[in-house]
Ligand binder design. Structure first.
Ligand code: DNO
Length: 400
């Protein structure tokens, strides 16, 4: 697999020169400055690509070319936005960038309630606390009917939390869920909103009539139009699973399980309509057997995120070490290395599958630094990359 790294552009405090030194081969990035929905112009792509190449690396994957909300809920301007998406895909393909990751999560991308959960070994990690999330839903957003989505036991715990939670904790929860996790990924929240809760509730309101089937239909509509363009220009599209893989805030989520993924791949049964195999997101759903899913969807996987989680009693989950947790990354790596072998034998152009380690603990000197995006510090990811490189080398050695 090609060792890639998510890099956030010239403002990233991790430089391309640092990445060369630790054995990174390819860069995963996006034109973060372009507002969602606008065309990525050939000159803008060429300039960014040249900058990456001047450091001796290549721009391997776009993560993400964002799918505008209006495409997801079927707004009046969706046709124009899909046209723009097609032009960006064509421009990327013509520039020689062949892997484009996106997601189809309405309103909110990945969700965590705590970005600095201290572990016994002194490192910090990302955490999802179901009760705090339910508190956010029922008592901060005050979403109508939210209570129906939680058990009586959970609601009783929310009630207890209400008595003890401080104003500071409430502000942090809002900042974490709406701003910090979303601001850096070209999501719907820029991070500059004066009243993030009001903005967020406005975004949620657009999905009033959209259930799972309606969202699936909108995704199919999108895929039917963009996949032929992707195929024509040699681009592999790869949808990122929902993180966490479950319904949230009354919104439908449709990339949560093997059944969902099967549906998407069948909706447009073309090689270019593929999957980002995010082992971390999938592992945070207790219903998912991650290595079995890797086996099942390997032929349509175009990009791999190596990360693992532990699901805890009560619905919480925590990011695990890359060699532990329920993702089974050693098996996952073995499965994708075998898939690469199959593709090489078949003479396929994409026989080297890009992989990146996803997230990593905040550790050592990085604990005192500011400026990292949540989950994307340097040393924790470097350690994870070393671990995963070791696993790849060992598997390849044993299969010789
Ligand atoms: C968070 C990421 C996601 C992912 C997008 C892909 O760390 O895994 O934001 O990049 O969902 O479109």
């Amino acid at each position: 697999m090609e060792k890639t790294w998510r890099w956030f552009g010239r403002n990233d405090i991790i430089t391309l020169e640092m990445l060369r030194q630790i054995g990174v081969e390819g860069i995963v990035s996006a034109l973060h400055g372009i507002p969602n929905g606008q065309v990525w112009q050939p000159e803008q792509i060429a300039e960014y690509k040249a900058f990456i190449e001047s450091a001796g690396l290549r721009w391997s994957v776009v993560e993400s070319l964002p799918v505008s909300e209006s495409i997801k809920y079927g707004g009046p301007d969706r046709d124009q936005l899909i046209e723009n998406y097609k032009i960006s895909l064509k421009n990327l393909g013509q520039a020689g960038i062949h892997t484009v990751c996106y997601n189809f999560m309405p309103v909110i991308d990945w969700i965590r309630t705590d970005l600095h959960r201290r572990l016994p070994d002194g490192t910090c990690t990302l955490y999802f606390d179901k009760i705090r999330f339910a508190y956010f839903d029922c008592c901060i957003l005050n979403r109508k009917g939210a209570e129906a989505d939680y058990s009586e036991e959970e609601l009783a715990k929310v009630h207890d939390l209400k008595k003890t939670i401080t104003r500071k904790e409430i502000d942090e929860l809002i900042d974490t869920i709406i701003v910090k996790t979303q601001g850096f990924i070209n999501g719907n929240i820029s991070g500059k909103e004066l009243d993030p809760v009001a903005v967020f509730n406005g975004l949620l309101a657009r999905y009033g009539g959209i259930d799972k089937n309606a969202l699936r239909e909108n995704m199919k509509f999108f895929l039917e139009q963009v996949t032929p363009v992707a195929t024509e220009y040699g681009v592999n599209l790869c949808v990122h699973p929902d993180d966490p893989p479950c319904q949230v805030l009354g919104l439908p989520r449709i990339v949560t399980s093997a059944e969902d993924i099967e549906w998407i791949l069948n909706a447009v049964d073309e090689h270019a309509n593929g999957l980002t195999f995010c082992a971390g997101s999938l592992s945070s759903g207790a219903h998912n057997n991650v290595p079995a899913m890797a086996e099942r969807f390997a032929t349509r996987t175009h990009f791999v995120h190596l990360r693992s989680t532990d699901v805890l009693p009560g619905g919480d989950f925590v990011e695990a070490s890359h060699l532990a947790g329920r993702a089974g990354l050693i098996d996952v790596v073995r499965i994708f290395l075998a898939e690469e072998k199959r593709r090489r034998a078949a003479g396929m152009f994409d026989s080297r599958i890009p992989m990146r380690v996803d997230h990593g603990p905040l550790m050592l000197d990085d604990l005192d630094k500011s400026g990292f995006n949540p989950g994307y510090s340097f040393l924790g990811r470097m350690k994870a990359l070393a671990e995963m490189s070791g696993v790849m080398a060992a598997v390849e050695h044993c299969e010789k």
